[in-house]
Design a protein around this ligand. Structure first.
Ligand code: AMP
Length: 410
């Protein structure tokens, strides 16, 4: 299948090729024809599969074909975070570059200037609105936006939105938009609460399941069993020996992100910390530096694991084992975007072994546990069944019980 098969407008194809996409990814091949038939769709697709382009292409194509008076405020895309909203907005800009289709992203936390810009774009009526739920509700309640001509509603990363407690907000938003519309819902996972949401807002949806929470094949996944006291030394060794390009290091809390940033600075590494305490401007500046490769190493919480779409990230390090197995998939999905390759290394301390077993269970794959480099001392044994879990453990109650203690020399 090629992009020519979708009968897209020439100007859209031009934008598509200028982004360097030569052929549709599996989610694009399957979702685009369905979206073109105006049906509702619920698609289970993880980040990194090209899902954003899968919904943007047919939507932009439909908008191009509309008369001017029907284009304004035609499509609403709801995104869990402002970072994802900005990424989607950038993709519309890239894909729609030659088409004249306009978009605006709307999210909280910006300065007065950003808000004035958002308001102006709304008044002028951008074709595609990309919004985070909280800010959107505030605007709807102010009566600053009239969606009576809206034709498409898209919920991106719906599972994340529900995890962030946006269920009621989404239901509220629905009340402000026409009942007769096409609704598309994308989610990396399909827990029952997502099915419940789908049931309330989609009509006879088509269903697509591209792959349930499986990391892309291009990611080389590895892990180290390690005591907390050994982690910094191990991380430094990996960064110095590995000759990696852009690197993201994930830590569990913003406090641990800040601490890790300080520790790495102390030993002469140039890193930056990305977390929710930063102003929007500061976050944007850090992302700019990271994208332009001026900044090589970015340290962040899970806020970075969704929607950050930076090309050429060759290494993701989980300084701690992610609490939720699905977060693991999102975190390591920052590398090996689309059809490239990358490495994801997870540190497992003795308390996090059960969490790691749950990850292996979810992805149905045993991840090689590498030996610690020489001189670092002994590592804990991998015995997830015997370990007491740290903190409030992931809700799943079954653990991977096969082949414990698999250690590969590395
Ligand atoms: P997403 O799953 O939407 O987060 O997209 C993951 C990455 O794939 C992004 O960097 C896109 O720019 C890229 N991408 C989307 N569609 C294609 C395609 N057909 N060919 C190559 N890369 C793509």
């Amino acid at each position: 299948m090629t992009f020519q098969d979708f009968n897209f407008d020439e100007k859209l194809l031009e934008g598509l090729y200028s982004m360097g996409y030569s052929k549709p990814t599996p989610i694009q091949a399957q979702a685009i024809p369905l979206i073109q038939t105006n049906k509702d769709l619920i698609a289970c697709a993880q980040t990194g599969t090209g899902k954003t382009t899968a919904f943007l292409l047919p939507i932009i194509d439909k908008i191009i074909k509309l008369p001017d008076e029907k284009r304004r405020l035609n499509t609403l895309i709801i995104s869990p975070t402002r970072e994802l909203a900005t990424q989607i907005d950038n993709q519309v800009e890239g894909l729609g570059y030659f088409t004249g289709v306009s978009s605006i992203s709307i999210y909280g936390g910006g300065d007065g200037n950003a808000w004035n810009q958002q308001k102006k774009a709304l008044e002028e009526g951008a074709d595609i609105i990309i919004a985070t739920p909280g800010r959107l509700i505030a605007i709807l309640q102010m009566g600053a936006i009239n969606f009576s001509h809206l034709q498409h509603l898209i919920l991106d990363e719906a599972d994340r939105m529900l995890d962030m407690g946006f269920f009621d907000d989404i239901i509220k938003i629905i009340k402000y938009i026409p009942a007769k519309r096409q609704t598309l819902m994308f989610s990396a996972t399909m827990p029952p609460k997502i099915r419940k949401l789908a049931h309330s807002i989609l009509v006879n949806p088509e269903q697509l399941n591209i792959s349930i929470s499986k990391p892309s094949e291009g990611i080389l996944q590895q892990a180290y069993l390690v005591y907390d006291t050994q982690k910094i030394k191990l991380l430094t060794h990996i960064l110095k020996e590995g000759n990696y390009g852009s690197v993201i290091i994930f830590a569990s809390t913003k406090e641990s992100v800040k601490k890790l940033d300080q520790e790495l600075h102390r030993i002469g590494m140039k890193t930056k910390a990305f977390h929710s305490d930063l102003e929007q401007k500061e976050r944007e500046e850090i992302m700019r530096e990271f994208k332009s490769k001026t900044l090589q190493i970015l340290i962040g919480t899970d806020i970075l694991s969704r929607g950050i779409d930076v090309e050429g990230i060759s290494l993701v390090v989980n300084f701690n084992t992610p609490h939720d197995p699905e977060d693991y998939v999102h975190r390591i999905g920052r590398t090996a975007r689309a059809e490239t390759t990358g490495t994801a290394i997870t540190f497992i301390n003795d308390k996090d072994q059960r969490k790691f077993a749950a990850i292996e269970e979810l992805i149905e794959k045993e991840i090689p546990k590498l030996s610690l480099p020489a001189g670092m001392g002994d590592a804990p044994n991998y015995q997830p069944e015997k370990r007491v879990s740290s903190g409030d453990f992931h809700k799943k109650k079954t653990y991977h019980k096969k082949k414990p203690g698999f250690v590969k020399k590395g």
